[in-house]
Each structure stands twice: as C-alpha cells, then as structure tokens.
Ligand binder design. Structure first.
Ligand code: SF4
Length: 369
C-alpha cells in the first residue's frame, strides 16, 4: 500500500470523518496494510490531539469478590473459581490513604472500583462523602469511579460531589453481549453511560478484546463509543485468569492488539485511549509500540492480576521519549520507586494474582474498619 493511503487515513480521522466499516475491517485484518505505517498514521492523530503525554492511572478495588453477576471474564464473578482474596468494602480512611499513595506515585487520576451490580443509595451516599474529602485534599487531581449501574439521580449526586469520570465498560458489542454475561444486558450498561453523560460526568468506557468476538463486534464498539463521545476508552486484552468462565484469550497476537488500538484511535481521535489490562502478556516485545496509538496506561497492575513493576513501565515511557502527565518528573518517579527490576508481577507466560498487600496497600496505615 502506498504512503498516500496512510496519510489519507490520518487526515480523515483528524477531520472528524467516521471511517467506513470496510476500511475499519481492513485496519484489523488486511495484511497488505503493514503495522509500522499504520502505527505512524495513528501516532499522527495521537500527537495532534494528545501530544507526547502519557496519562498514568492506578486502579484500586474498593472491595474484592462477592459479586452476584456472572461476567465471564471477571475473577470476582459468582461463577468464577479464581483464587482471589475476597474482602468487603474498605473503610473511607483506607481508600483516602490509597488515593494519597496513588497520587504520590505519579497518578493523575485515581480509579476506585466497586464490585457488584450497581450503586445502592447507601453506597452513593458514601461515595459522595469520599469524593468530597479526596477532592478537598487534592483539588487538582482527578477521580474516577466504577460502581456498576448508576441511576440518573445517583449520577447527579456524584457529579455534585466532584466526580470527574465514571467508568462503565461496554465490554463487547450488543449482539455478542449474551456470550459474555447473562445477568445483565448491553442495554443496562448503555443506560448507565447515558445517565452519567446527562449529569455532565465524563465517560470512561471501553472493551475487552480476545473474548471470541468478530472484527465487526470490535468496530461496532469503537463506533458506539465515538457516538457516546467517551472521553476515555480503555482497551483491555483478555487476561487469562484460571477459574474464570472465559479464561482463554482468542485470536490475540501483538500485531492484532496494535491494530485494534489504531482502530480505536482513528475512530476516536481526541479520546484518551488506554492500553489497559493485559498489555504486558499480549503485546510482549511490542509493548512500547502501543504508546503510539494509545496515550494512557495503568501502573501497578489491574483489578485482580499484577502487571509489570512501576519502574519498568515508567522507564519504558521515558525510553520511548514520552512524558507523563504528573506534577512530578518521570526521573523522580523512577528514582523514588524502590521496586527492583526483578520484582515483576508476572512474566509474559504467567498471570500472577494480587495478594492482600497489593489489593489493600493502605490497610496497615488506615487500619481495619
Ligand atoms: S465485572 Fe463487575 S459486575 Fe461483572 S462480575 Fe466483575 S465485579 Fe461483578
């Protein structure tokens, strides 16, 4: 394919034109389109709208397990036999301390994740209290919450407390949804996103790739998120956690994962595209290339599995010539990280589940509740 094809691809994306399904399908599956010029075109778009900055997120489980839903990819689902550390809701003091720790490690945004179907009135009340206290201590940092389904009234309360973003992933396409979950529907998920958007909360919503979906399903999700104007789009690569109903990623190669990231960038040119869970194991030696279409990643692992050490992730960002969005320099953050290089969560072949000390980093300081 000649150079003008890729230049035109970037031009269309930057002009806000929606790429046709045919063209999207070629980005995902046409081997005559080579990966380097595709990444270069996606980088052109990323650089135009997001510069060379990498937004670093640290995610933390406010509770672990005890979920009545059956999302087949999730270690906290009632159907999962994964050997996770279950615990009830952390105290406010513990979550506040975790937020302090996350910001001190360079996180621009702190994500609190609550397992379960949705936010009860009591949980919304507690969340508003917590968000208010984190915001009063860190007015210039951002907070994101993932708390299942949210009603329009709850969304308004969370917005008033200072919530910046609500995370609620679409995960897969509408028609494929019954294959990954039977206890709720795609429409349920969509309604929460619409409630948050109506309340003026930024949307963080993405997908999980590698669950057996087709290229058309991936294109549908990327276009749906474009329609929803999602500010932040996590692209997860299915983490193979033993015991989950969906524990074997399908059709995921490093090159395909990069093509998916390019597609999300072309269709959502201004969004924060996150190379989210599973980047280390699925991208392997190509991991750093993900920063050309994506401008965001997780530090310190995922919901229930560890990732690369902070030091390795930060060093990778620096080595590739990117900068992180933080009030601390990347050099200081690397210097401050005491984790040695041999302290990785898992190698490429093996997923290591988080232990209690990873899941509750502030437990000792804040004490039990
Ligand atoms: S993804 Fe959320 S709702 Fe689904 S099983 Fe996991 S914790 Fe429960």
């Amino acid at each position: 394919m000649n150079r003008s094809f890729y230049i035109d691809l970037a031009r269309q994306s930057m002009a806000g034109e929606e790429l046709s399904d045919g063209l999207c399908g070629r980005i995902l599956g046409d081997e005559t389109l080579e990966i380097l010029p595709l990444l270069d075109a996606a980088y052109e778009v990323r650089k135009t709208f997001r510069g060379k900055e990498v937004v670093v997120h640290i995610i933390n489980n406010a509770q672990n397990g005890h979920c009545p839903e059956d999302c087949h990819y999730c270690a906290q689902a009632k159907t999962s036999k994964a050997d996770i550390e279950e615990y009830g809701l952390k105290s406010d003091a513990e979550m506040l301390e975790e937020a302090r720790q996350a910001y001190s490690k360079g996180a621009y945004r702190y994500c609190m994740v609550f397992a379960g179907r949705g936010a009860s009135p009591a949980r919304v009340e507690r969340l508003t209290r917590l968000i208010t206290s984190i915001k009063s201590e860190f007015p210039h940092k951002e907070i994101c919450v993932s708390t299942g389904f949210v009603t329009p009234e709850a969304a308004v309360s969370l917005k008033q407390a200072g919530l910046d973003r609500l995370n609620h992933n679409l995960n897969t396409s509408e028609s494929y949804y019954p294959n990954i979950c039977t206890t709720h529907t795609f429409a349920d998920r969509l309604n929460t996103l619409l409630a948050a958007r109506q309340a003026g909360i930024e949307l963080c919503s993405g997908m999980i790739v590698g669950m057996g979906e087709t290229h058309a399903d991936i294109i549908e999700v990327a276009k749906r998120l474009r329609l929803l104007k999602a500010a932040s789009i996590p692209v997860n690569l299915l983490v193979p956690i033993e015991g989950n109903l969906l524990s074997e990623p399908k059709n995921l190669t490093p090159q395909f994962a990069l093509r998916v990231l390019c597609l999300f960038r072309f269709l959502n040119p201004k969004a924060e595209i996150r190379v989210a869970a599973g980047r280390e194991g699925h991208l392997r030696s190509m991991e750093v290339m993900a920063l050309y279409p994506a401008n965001s990643l997780f530090l310190q692992g995922y919901l229930n599995s560890k990732g690369a050490s902070n030091r390795r992730t930060l060093q990778m960002i620096k080595d590739a010539g990117f900068e992180i969005k933080s009030d601390m320099s990347i050099d200081d953050l690397i210097k401050n990280d005491k984790i040695k290089n041999d302290d990785f969560g898992g190698d490429d072949a093996k997923v290591v589940l988080k232990g209690l000390k990873d899941l509750r980093p502030a437990y000792r300081q804040a004490g039990p509740h």
